[in-house]
Design a protein around this ligand. Structure first.
Ligand SMILES: Cc1cc2nc3c(=O)[nH]c(=O)nc-3n(C[C@H](O)[C@H](O)[C@H](O)COP(=O)(O)O)c2cc1C
Length: 229
């Protein structure tokens, strides 16, 4: 496995580290849609109202929890079908704020976010799209002071996926379209000094569409955890 792929994978594994950190260089973060203050949440739910049970998304048996963040995490899956429909800009901004809040080594925030709403472009990125879906491309700084760009951007990708799912949307992280995005850097406005690393496809989840039953199982804790007492 390439080193960058290892780092990206490791970064996504760190998603569960949901502690807060101070974003001291907020102006370093590219959230271009942020022209107006984003109003407080209006009706955004803590989890998908009719989210599939943990057992439905690949047989992962997490203990029941009253904590909506835990439930979103333990029921997370990569959406396989989307319903058509616009995503309000307000929701997109909340998702972007969530990604911008991700931790990064030395708070370098070595990412830029590109929001693709043009469906012609979105449809090129995956076979499962529906009109109204959006894609958020995360580009990583090429000359970061630390070799953690992929790691940091992986955490941001995880935050974006979980934020979208917590609001009732379906989401899927994609590396497949990254090379094509890089070939069209100007078209997508990828900033100088950054390289497209990963994209997150987001769209409406419709419970009439089966977007999850083929979600893949996760290893049991007994396979992946050792405790040192
Ligand atoms: C870094 C990364 C890259 C991925 N790239 C793709 C991709 O290019 N195309 C795709 O269909 N799914 C992609 N996925 C989604 C994975 O295939 C999916 O997360 C995995 O199969 C587990 O699916 P599940 O959560 O629904 O069980 C990617 C996921 C990650 C974390």
């Amino acid at each position: 496995m390439k080193r960058s792929a290892r780092l990206l994978t490791l970064g996504l594994c760190c998603l569960l580290v949901l502690g807060a950190c101070t974003v001291s260089a907020q102006d370093n973060v590219s959230v271009q849609a942020q022209t107006q203050p984003v109003p407080a949440d209006q009706g955004v739910v803590g989890e998908r109202p009719e989210a599939p049970t943990a057992a439905a998304v690949g047989g992962f048996e997490a203990p029941p929890s009253q904590n909506p963040v835990i439930n979103t995490l333990t029921r997370s899956f990569s959406a396989r079908q989307f319903a058509a429909g616009e995503i309000p800009v307000h929701d997109i901004e909340l998702i972007l704020f969530s990604g911008a809040r991700a931790q990064s080594a030395r708070n370098a925030q070595p990412w830029r976010f590109t929001v693709v709403t043009n469906y012609e472009d979105v449809a090129q990125m995956h076979s499962t799209t529906a009109p109204g879906n959006i894609v958020i491309i995360i580009s990583g700084r090429v000359n970061n002071v630390l070799p953690t760009t992929e790691f940091d951007c992986g955490i941001a990708a995880g935050y974006i996926q979980i934020a979208a799912e917590s609001m009732g949307y379906g989401a899927r992280i994609l590396v497949g379209p990254v090379n094509e995005i890089e070939e069209q850097r100007d078209h997508f406005g990828i900033p100088e000094g950054y390289r497209a690393l990963v994209a997150i496809l987001i769209g409406h989840a419709d419970d009439a569409l089966d977007g999850f039953s083929t979600a893949t199982p996760r290893s049991s804790l007994s396979e992946i955890v050792n405790w040192v007492d």
